[in-house]
Design a binder for this molecule. Structure first.
Ligand SMILES: NC(=O)CC(=O)C(=O)O
Length: 276
């Protein structure tokens, strides 16, 4: 991989789609102009609220206004964009999808959330994502000029097998647009980010929306970027803002050489395989 300046835009997502697109555009521009980012990441479902009703209302196909904007900005600003995720309308279904664009605005990857957030936590959050969203079936590792980026979405990051598969496929950075909430966030967010980075010896960036108490779903916030040793390189609180970290490839090499976890796996005793 190359040296990467990664910015996470922890944006306040509101009801109105156009307002969200304007906000995403201004935060992407600021990431580049003020923080010299060459990789910019947006949160899960950034163009409308993360709710069953809103996802139905905001769903659009690839080539719609949201992906057009992301592609145009990637090309104009000469950056790689992991475009958070959107409700994607395709095949008469809705997917929760991240689109990834390169420096000339080509779509170089697409991840459809594989694990859907169907939970009912007593006294806390209830959500039935599968009532509207269909699951994706593909592990996503994208080859870019900056290095290999594994992309997953929110609940996907709770599944260590998926993170390890991405690592075995060469991911050097794992980037996760996400929206934990005020029940699961305080309990699990930071530990999950750290352990996925440490287990796999990868850079790990998790991008949340800012917490909007006017919406039904209260995102946790606290976006983070962590290095392969588990050191936090950048983090924020629950409010809107941009965080930026420099990812140094020598750090990844040094951690993997000095603590060769990936080489010490007992593949004579167990294996992890991607089913076709
Ligand atoms: N929103 C999600 O997909 C997942 C989540 O909030 C959690 O795992 O907690």
């Amino acid at each position: 991989m190359k040296t990467v300046n990664l910015s996470v835009c922890q944006m306040m997502v509101v009801e109105n789609k156009e307002d969200n697109l304007k906000k995403a555009e201004s935060m992407i521009r600021r990431s580049v102009l003020e923080n010299k980012a060459n990789l910019v990441v947006l949160p899960e479902i950034f163009n409308g609220p993360y709710s069953i009703e809103a996802m139905q209302a905001t769903a659009e196909p690839e080539g719609g206004p949201t992906t057009q904007l992301l592609s145009r900005l990637a090309a104009e600003l000469n950056i790689v964009v992991v475009g958070g995720s959107i409700a994607e309308a395709a095949d008469d279904r809705i997917y929760n999808t991240a689109f990834i664009y390169n420096e000339v605005g080509e779509r170089v990857g697409r991840h459809r959330k594989m694990h859907l957030f169907d939970v009912n936590i007593v006294g806390g959050v209830s959500f039935q994502e599968s009532s509207i969203v269909a699951p994706g079936n593909d592990v996503t590792v994208v080859e870019t000029s900056l290095g290999k980026i594994g992309v997953a979405i929110c609940y996907d990051m709770r599944f260590p097998e998926l993170m390890r598969l991405m690592t075995l496929q060469g991911a050097e950075m794992i980037v996760v647009p996400a929206a934990f909430n005020t029940t699961t966030g305080p309990a699990h967010w930071k530990d999950t980010i750290k352990m996925r980075a440490v287990d796999n010896q990868v850079f790990f960036a998790a991008a949340s929306p800012a917490r909007n108490l006017a919406s039904d779903y209260h995102a946790y916030g606290f976006s983070q970027v962590v290095d392969p040793w588990g050191t936090v390189l950048a983090e924020t609180d629950e409010t809107e803002g941009i965080i930026t970290a420099t990812l140094n490839p020598q750090r990844l090499t040094a951690v993997r050489e000095q603590l060769p976890l990936l080489k010490h796996r007992r593949t004579d005793l167990y294996e992890l395989k991607e089913c076709q």
